[in-house]
Design a protein around this ligand. Structure first.
Ligand SMILES: [Zn+2]
Length: 309
């Protein structure tokens, strides 16, 4: 029944074409997280009208769509979202829209199943959604975005292809840089303790041991036993610094640090949202914008190295 699938795709495409006239001639692309919006922006430049739903410091696990969000999603020619229940309160809506023929790119679908991690606790049956922590897995999501954009704007397919290739090369470089920079931390101290379990892909990619306080979803509260186990672990390993996250309340991690007698890094890490657009910093003679995916990873790596080295 392959032809049927083709017909359904075609019907979805027609619906998209109708909505395009309402967004100034350019296709309207709606991305959920700041990382997803950055990905589209890098590939499409200003050839599409890009709208992001979640701003910096917004926690996607707990994000509740507003009425204007729903209207934006209805008008979108392409919706790009992360998937694996990261957008916990939005995923049902997005799946229903895809079922009605809306063109949706689920970034997690670009990552091979064998590369996905099982969460440590909770969310049984659903892989850990934080795959952008590994730049090489993030790189794997590029082709599906290039393809969807090329379908809605075939005249710009070559430009999307070029944008995708340039980003893919940059992510390869970023991965190599991060790996080498993190090696500056002595192996026994290369342990990352954060607010929630968002860094397992990051840890696997770069050989960093990871412990989170809250579990894979920031929506889960850490129990007393989790806390005392973590305090014991921090003391045992002689860990010097813990790390908060920009999109997660740091009350829990501050309490653990106090109990364990260690500090929390003054700079929070970016886990589920990037920094503010244009937040340019210079570290170790290198300048980058923390409101981009590349800048987010560089900030995290430099902050971790600064705290643990
Ligand atoms: Zn998360």
């Amino acid at each position: 029944m392959r032809w049927m699938a083709t017909v359904l795709v075609f019907l979805g495409f027609s619906a998209c074409d109708q909505s395009r006239s309402s967004s100034g001639g350019k296709p309207l692309v709606v991305a959920t997280t700041t990382m997803a919006a950055d990905l589209v922006s890098r590939i499409a430049g200003d050839r599409v009208e890009l709208r992001g739903l979640m701003g910096p410091e917004v926690d996607p696990h707990n994000y509740i769509p507003t009425l204007p969000d729903s209207s934006l999603l209805e008008r979108a020619d392409v919706i790009v979202y992360s998937g694996l229940h990261l957008e916990g309160r939005l995923q049902g809506t997005l799946e229903a829209m895809a079922g009605r023929g809306k063109r949706c790119v689920v970034l997690a679908d670009g990552v091979g199943e064998e590369r996905l991690l099982s969460p440590q606790q909770g969310f049984e049956g659903t892989p850990d959604p934080h795959f952008w922590g590994d730049p090489l897995l993030w790189r794997d999501t590029i082709p599906s975005v290039v393809m969807a954009l090329s379908e809605v704007l075939p005249g710009s397919a070559a430009e999307f292809e070029t944008g995708g290739r340039e980003l893919a090369d940059e992510l390869l470089e970023l991965h190599a840089w991060a790996k080498s920079r993190l090696q500056e931390i002595p192996a026994e101290r290369r342990v990352l303790v954060t607010s929630h379990d968002a860094f397992f892909y990051f840890g696997r990619a770069f050989g960093v041991e990871v412990r989170g306080l809250q579990g894979v979803s920031s929506a889960a509260e850490a129990g007393l036993k989790d806390r005392s186990d973590l305090v014991a672990f921090i003391r045992l390993r002689g860990i010097r610094s813990l790390f908060g996250e920009s999109s997660v309340n740091d009350k829990g991690i501050l309490a653990v640090a106090k109990e364990a007698g260690v500090s929390v890094s003054p700079e929070p890490l970016f886990s589920d949202a990037m920094g503010r657009p244009g937040d340019r910093v210079e570290v170790a003679g290198e300048s980058y914008d923390r409101g981009t995916y590349v800048g987010m990873i560089k900030h995290n790596v430099n902050t971790i190295v600064g705290g643990l080295k």
